[in-house]
Design a protein around this ligand. Structure first.
Ligand SMILES: Nc1nc2c(ncn2[C@@H]2O[C@H](COP(=O)(O)OP(=O)(O)OP(=O)(O)O)[C@@H](O)[C@H]2O)c(=O)[nH]1
Ligand SMILES: [Mg+2]
Length: 309
């Protein structure tokens, strides 16, 4: 005599309560095995419900995993900071943004990717600290796969390594990124440079000849400014400021390289892009100040553009 279907439903709910992921799916399968095999009626409904639970549990556990790691994009570009533990990644984020973040003189202070918005030449750029990427990341050591996923969606990478460290400390990180097939614009930051001898950058440069190496210290403002400039170059974006009624905006637009005056107009307003007659340009792309140009004129980083109606 099978259990009455109402009782079965109650028992099933109780047995599933508090279970998620693989454990929940196992319990659902056990319940399905115990369920009388009627094609129609309340038992068939129960079977349908339990079967849908399997799929829903799968979707949910995927979503939970993704949410715990995904970084919501903000700003004109997303730049990942990655490197061995305790090299000063969080301290750089702290120095260049408004966020309050845990730093500490011990490894793995940061356990999840942490985003921070920084303003570079008037444009907001998102820096993301990727913690704990270690050898074996591609085999998911240290939750490496999810971390590599964050790197994959970033626009560029800053490899961070202590200026005083053996350059070989960075090698496994670079190797894991390459193994994952991730190729992005990148430079190496030789961090905590105030602690290092002047030849530290040279040693790193010799170990990684193809990549720009830049010394940075959070207690040295000019080095932080140079770091920001280098991050901006990694984005590959260009900054253009708008001018109207004789006034030039403080905040530039960030545009893809190769953008034209039409793209500038389009980023102001779609209607403007169809109706405007041309523009005046000041700056690197202009032959002279206030040059009159057509909609196909390519703008350059640092231009000021006045759209003419
Ligand atoms: N002298 C000096 N110390 C620094 C500098 N940047 C960071 N530190 C110190 O280095 C230690 C580690 O800094 P964090 O910013 O937490 O390093 P992290 O790379 O984020 O470390 P994890 O998240 O633990 O991997 C802290 O004690 C910082 O105060 C620097 O430019 N100069
Ligand atoms: Mg940190």
């Amino acid at each position: 005599m099978p259990m009455p279907h109402r009782t079965f439903a109650q028992v099933a709910k109780r047995r599933l309560t508090g279970k998620e992921g693989r454990e929940r799916i196992r319990e659902v399968n056990a319940l399905l095995a115990e369920l009388p095999d009627y094609r129609n009626g309340p038992y068939a409904d129960l079977r349908k419900w339990l079967t849908s639970e399997i799929e829903e549990t799968r979707v949910r556990s995927k979503a939970v995993q993704r949410d715990s790691i995904a970084v919501r994009r903000e700003g004109a570009a997303q730049i990942a900071l990655v490197g061995p533990p305790n090299v000063g990644k969080s301290s750089i984020l702290q120095a260049l943004s408004e966020i309050q973040i845990k730093t500490g003189d011990y490894p793995f202070t940061t356990l999840r990717p942490i985003p921070a918005l920084t303003r570079i030449g008037g444009v907001l750029v998102q820096l993301v600290e990727i913690p704990g990427l270690i050898e074996g990341a591609n085999e998911d050591r240290g939750g490496g796969r999810a971390l590599l996923g964050v790197l994959r969606s970033a626009d560029a990478i800053v490899y961070c390594v202590r200026a005083t460290a053996d350059p070989e400390e960075l090698r496994p990180v670079v190797a894991e990124v390459a193994l994952a097939g991730i190729e992005k614009p990148a430079f190496i930051a030789a961090t905590r440079a105030d602690e290092a001898a002047p030849d530290a950058v040279g040693r790193l440069q010799a170990a990684f000849p193809g990549v720009e190496v830049l010394a940075v210290s959070v207690i040295d403002e000019p080095s932080l400014a140079a770091f920001s400039d280098a991050v901006w170059r990694l984005t590959g974006l260009i900054r253009v400021r708008l001018r109207s009624n004789g006034r030039t905006d403080e905040e530039p637009l960030a545009l893809d390289p190769g953008s034209t005056v039409e793209d500038v107009a389009d980023s102001v307003h779609h209607d403007l892009a169809t109706s405007f007659s041309g523009a005046r340009v000041w700056g690197p792309s202009a032959r002279f100040d206030g040059q009159r140009v057509g909609r196909d004129h390519a703008v350059e980083d640092g231009d000021v553009v006045e759209i003419l109606p």
